[in-house]
Design a protein around this ligand. Structure first.
Ligand code: NAI
Ligand code: MG
Length: 372
């Protein structure tokens, strides 16, 4: 029996291209693992009314890690019209599989390393090495949303919230409510993850990102908890910044920052910014990490216009593989893999279209595999 069981979820569009590329690299690294295919994505929504079928959920309960490609998702109305006719009258609601996966398996830590590999023509500046810890289950992504808001909610809010009064005068179909929920436990564990990482890897500073001056209740709680956690790590420098200022300062001087920790939405925004500084979507990798399970993925979507063309850059996915090897405790294989990626980028003979070349997805993967 293989040492590890890995769920293999290519999903839609270029998710398939990049996971096939990742397999080439994995085969070369000889990980003692069994890869089990799982159904996920648009096809299953259209045919079954569920983009994340129960059989895939069951599979994820019995594996050591998951490699996930990407999925296509569409707005609710478009989603409903693409269902097969037998399902169209059932009032099914489309929900993002990746958001469900994060909540269902409590994958609270969205870890996004953003490193500028030397020689990448897409680097904003050489030497950038940022790591973003994004809370992954709470905040505005908690899924507590109302459009239109039910009358009971309108009544309660009218009673207890003065700022709500002008909204309460509007007909309910004229506004929508999304709740931002930050908990103490949720904030504490993501901030701890960031500081533990900083301690283990001898990083100098952790920056807490928030908007506590305006979003006083939920971001206020996050900031307070984070500052408390920071006290347990006196050797690590700590500071905090508002999300808006943070985006500006990151561009102005990325070298002032090291590890960043943020609630869900700000983490999402800031990790895209950081990913763009080190090469963009072809380089952005992500781990959705819980206590029992972790799901690794490139941060890009299914890019339907390139689906099946084997044209896109597989490096984001190959770096996600590296993160998976770290999670499994395969440190030596992880280092070999990262060195191979760095060498191919530095040598500059293999460039996908986004890097200004015309190498295919699989050629890039083969070139990396050869350096392992
Ligand atoms: P996208 O990330 O799929 O693609 C946007 C553009 O970025 C592409 O057209 C391409 O030019 C470039 N790109 C993406 N990945 C690349 C790669 N590996 N190498 C080189 N260039 C790359 O975002 P888009 O077009 O907004 O969304 C397409 C679909 O993907 C939508 O249905 C969206 O909902 C879904 N999506 C899924 C995500 C996921 O599965 N985690 C994340 C983001 C979007
Ligand atoms: Mg995003």
């Amino acid at each position: 029996m293989a040492r590890y069981k890995i769920a293999w979820l290519p999903g839609d569009g270029i998710g398939v291209d990049v996971l096939n590329a990742a397999k080439i690299v994995l085969d070369k690294i000889h990980l003692d693992a069994e890869y089990i295919h799982g159904d996920i994505g648009w096809e299953f929504w259209c045919k079954e009314g569920d983009a994340f079928p129960q059989r895939t959920i069951d599979l994820l309960k019995n594996v050591d890690a998951v490699m996930f490609g990407a999925i296509t998702s569409k707005p609710m109305k478009a989603a409903q019209t693409e269902l097969i006719p037998q399902l169209q009258t059932k009032g099914l609601m489309y929900r993002s599989p990746i958001v469900r996966m994060r909540q269902m398996f409590d994958l609270y830590n969205c870890l996004r390393p953003c490193k500028a590999y030397p020689g990448n023509p897409l680097n904003f500046k050489e030497g950038i090495d940022l790591v973003v810890f994004r809370e992954n289950t709470e905040d505005l992504y908690a899924g507590v949303e109302f459009a239109p808001p039910p009358q009971e909610l309108v009544d309660i809010l009218s009673k207890i919230s003065k700022p709500f009064a002008p909204f309460a005068k509007l007909p309910v179909d004229q506004y929508a409510i999304s709740c931002k929920i930050n908990t103490k436990t949720g904030s504490e564990r993501i901030v701890k993850a960031a500081f533990d990482f900083a301690r283990t890897f001898k990083r100098k500073k952790v920056t807490i990102v928030h908007k506590a001056n305006v979003v006083r209740a939920s971001d206020g709680l996050f900031l307070e908890v984070a500052k408390d956690v920071a006290k347990q790590y006196p050797e690590i420098q700590t500071d905090d910044a508002n999300i808006d200022a943070m985006t500006m300062w990151l561009l102005k001087n990325p070298f002032h920052y090291d590890v960043l920790v943020a609630p869900n939405l700000y983490g999402d925004i800031i990790s895209d910014l950081c990913a763009q500084m080190v090469g963009g979507l072809g380089f952005g990798c992500s781990g959705n990490i819980g206590t029992k399970l972790a799901v690794f993925e490139p941060t890009h979507g299914s890019a339907p216009k390139y689906a099946g063309q084997y044209k896109v850059n597989p490096i984001a996915t190959i770096l996600a593989l590296k993160m998976m090897l770290d999670w499994l405790g395969e440190a030596e294989k992880s280092v070999r893999l990262e060195n191979a990626v760095a060498t191919v980028i530095k040598e500059g003979n293999m460039r996908t279209y986004d890097m200004g070349g015309n190498a295919s997805t699989l050629d890039m993967a083969k070139a990396i595999a050869e350096k392992i």
